[in-house]
Every structure is written in structure tokens, then in C-alpha cells.
Design a protein around this ligand. Structure first.
Ligand code: MG
Length: 392
């Protein structure tokens, strides 16, 4: 029996993780849940999974959450709050595996706490790795913790890599659907609405990652994520558009063999893999029907349509704190776009201008430094976003 802490339990990854846990009651149970402000949903999760610890964003919500719980739970479950509560959930002694399902750089400290405590980290929160990849990987090496990806592409690569030795890898190829704007007329990008950017053709996900998929910044962040997770040089990580999202990524070995992983477009598959590795459990969530899919297509990424991918790659090449700068600028820009303050093309403009304002920044030597880079880059990006908002 493995005990699981789910960080971001009311979000899309958190809910999918709890589905997986519920499907294997003799294998997994929930030790801790951490969520933000969706208290009603969280209360239902607490009732269903009976964790020992619950962490929420705001201290003032603790009495409200307690009131939402059935009386027999109120005394039994410890409720904590704020960043310290989140870290407590991430490093709970009774938990074996921590699912990092938060979105954004805000998840960095809890991901680090889990790894430092020697937990298996089932990582969906790719921004944590982008902001402080070297620190997370070094902490995992020190404690002996494993980082298992809960990102469909990286889960695919993790699986494919087991078919050869590290020195036999020719390149990693991340596939991306191209998102909802793959065939949209470039001349009309200025008018893209929030709903259009969120209408992902093959995956149902939260708003931030859906917009990142439309710009393909998501794939850029995933290139950075792959570099840190697998220790592969950036020049050996390629991206290919594959609109059907059936091949989740593949590894090309030196002998010319491509080893791909396929599964349904359902995050419960990579979650189950990350929770059960090195074993495989019978997945109750359906099977991939290749005849139903019919055809698999591939094409190159057009840099004019997806300039964000190049920005992320340039940040990885520049190294140091630049991936953190680009990530922070992107979080600010996506937030401003979702609030209707800037246009879709302005997302890339904010990221590009923020990165240009920095040029270079040395890598964070500590979590405090990583958060400082994140904070100052957000300030710069917010200024640039406000200027663009006024201009339009
Ligand atoms: Mg992905």
C-alpha cells in the first residue's frame, strides 16, 4: 500500500490523480490533500479519501472548510494553511509519493520539500523544474528521491528510454498537437479570443496549460523539463507536431530505432504509470483504439506560428536563470491574456521583451534566489504587459 499526497487536489491533475487512487483502493491511499480555494470540492474529496492532513491556501478559510466537513471528520483531520502548510503536506512523514499538481512557479518549494524528504515526486508541475531544475535534480540526488514525470510526453520518454542505454540515445522527440491554432490564418492572430485559445483539440486541461498549448510555450517548457529530467543536451531534444496526440513522444536510438509510447489522451495514464512504476497495473480507464484513430500525421513546427518555442529554447541555451525569467514572463502574460488585458500575440511579445531586458542572469544557487529571479521577472513582465495593454 502506497500513501499519496496530492498537491493541487481540486485542479485537473489532482482530480485525475484521485480517480486513479480510487480505482486501486488496495494499492493506494491518500495521506494528504493540498488545494487552494475550492473548499466545497475539497471537502467532498476529504470525505471520500479521509487524508490525515489537509492544506489550504488561506488561514482564514480553515474554519469554513472545517464547517463543510461532516462532524465525524472534524476532530480527526488536521487542517493547515499557507506556504508552510503546503510544504508540510509535501513532506508528510506518512506519504510515499507526492503528486505535484500545482500550476506555475508557486509549486517550487513544495516540490523541493518532497524531493528533499526523499519522496517519489510525481511531477506535473513542470514550471518547478523550469525555474530551478538544477536545484531539484541535485536535491533528488542527495536524498535518493525519484522524480517521475506526470506529463504525457515525459512519461512516454521515460518508458521508451528503458529500451536502451543512455549513451545509445540519438535524440528525444517531443510531440505536440499544435493546439487549437494549427491551421488558423496567421493574419487573424490578433483577434484570437480566450475561448478560441482554450479550445484544445485533443486534451482537456486547465486554462494556463491550454493557453501554453496554443502558443506552444508548453512544448518549450517541456523541452526544458526533458533536459533536466533526463540529463539530455538541448541539441538532442526535438519537437514534432503530431495533431492526433496518440504518440505521446519517442526516443530515437543510435541504431535508427524509434521507440514510441502510445495511449489514450487521458492524464490518468501517465499518473498511473508514475504511481505504480516499476510495475504496471491493469488500467480501468479504457484502451486505445488505433483503428478508430485511423491515421497518424507529423509535421515540422512553423516558427512564425509558434515563436514561443524558440524563446524557450533560447532561454535554455542561455542557461542560468533565463528559463525562470521566461517562465515568469509567460505566467504573467498568460494571466493578462486570460483577463482580457492583452491580445494573444502580446503573450509572446511580453515574454520576448522581458527576456531581452534581462539578456543573461546567473542561475539560482538556492530556492530564495530562484524565487527572487521569479519575482523580479514578474515585475518586469507586468510593466511590459501594462504598456502593451495601453497601446491596444
Ligand atoms: Mg505535456
Amino acid at each position: 500500500m502506497k500513501s499519496i499526497a496530492v498537491l493541487g487536489s481540486t485542479g485537473s491533475i489532482g482530480r485525475a490523480s484521485l480517480d486513479v487512487v480510487a480505482a486501486f483502493p488496495d494499492r493506494f491511499h491518500v495521506a494528504a490533500l493540498a488545494a487552494g480555494r475550492s473548499l466545497e470540492r475539497l471537502a467532498r474529496q476529504v470525505e471520500l479519501h479521509e487524508p490525515e492532513l489537509v492544506s489550504i491556501e488561506r488561514e482564514e478559510d480553515v474554519p469554513r472548510l472545517r464547517a463543510l466537513l461532516p462532524s465525524e471528520f472534524r476532530g480527526r483531520i488536521r487542517i493547515v494553511a499557507g506556504p508552510a502548510g503546503l510544504e508540510e503536506a509535501a513532506s508528510l512523514p506518512g506519504a510515499d509519493i507526492v503528486v505535484a499538481g500545482l500550476v506555475g512557479a508557486v509549486g517550487l518549494r513544495s516540490a523541493h520539500a518532497a524531493v528533499a524528504a526523499g519522496k517519489r515526486l510525481a511531477l506535473a508541475n513542470k514550471e518547478a523544474l523550469v525555474v530551478a531544475g538544477e536545484l531539484l535534480v541535485a536535491a533528488a540526488r542527495r536524498s535518493g528521491a525519484e522524480i517521475l514525470p506526470v506529463d504525457s510526453e515525459h512519461s512516454a520518454i521515460h518508458q521508451a528510454l528503458s529500451c536502451g542505454k543512455p549513451a545509445e540515445v540519438h535524440r528525444l522527440v517531443l510531440t505536440g498537437s499544435g493546439g487549437p491554432l494549427l491551421t488558423r490564418d496567421l493574419a487573424t492572430f490578433e483577434g484570437i479570443t480566450v475561448d478560441e485559445a482554450l479550445a484544445h483539440p485533443t486534451w482537456k486541461m486547465g486554462p494556463k496549460i491550454s493557453v501554453d498549448s496554443a502558443t506552444m510555450m508548453n512544448k518549450g517548457l517541456e523541452v526544458i523539463e526533458a533536459h533536466f529530467l533526463f540529463g539530455v543536451a538541448p541539441s538532442k531534444i526535438d519537437v514534432l507536431i503530431h495533431p492526433q496526440s496518440v504518440i505521446h513522444s519517442f526516443v530515437e536510438f543510435v541504431d535508427g530505432s524509434l521507440v514510441a509510447q502510445m495511449a489514450r489522451n487521458d492524464m490518468r495514464f501517465p499518473i498511473l504509470y508514475a504511481l505504480s512504476h516499476p510495475n504496471r497495473l491493469p488500467n480501468p480507464f479504457g484502451r486505445l483504439d488505433l483503428v478508430g484513430v485511423g491515421r497518424l500525421e507529423f509535421q515540422e513546427v512553423d516558427p512564425r506560428r509558434y515563436p514561443a518555442l524558440g524563446l524557450a529554447r533560447a532561454a535554455l541555451e542561455a542557461g542560468g536563470g533565463m528559463p525562470a525569467v521566461v517562465n515568469a514572463a509567460n505566467e504573467v502574460a498568460v494571466g493578462a491574456f486570460l483577463e482580457g488585458k492583452i491580445s494573444f500575440p502580446d503573450i509572446v511579445a511580453v515574454v520576448s521583451e522581458t527576456a531581452a531586458a534581462y539578456g543573461r542572469v546567473s542561475g539560482p544557487g538556492s530556492l530564495d534566489e530562484a524565487e527572487e529571479i521569479d519575482r523580479t521577472a514578474r515585475q518586469s513582465a507586468s510593466r511590459i504587459a501594462r504598456t502593451l495593454a495601453r497601446a491596444s
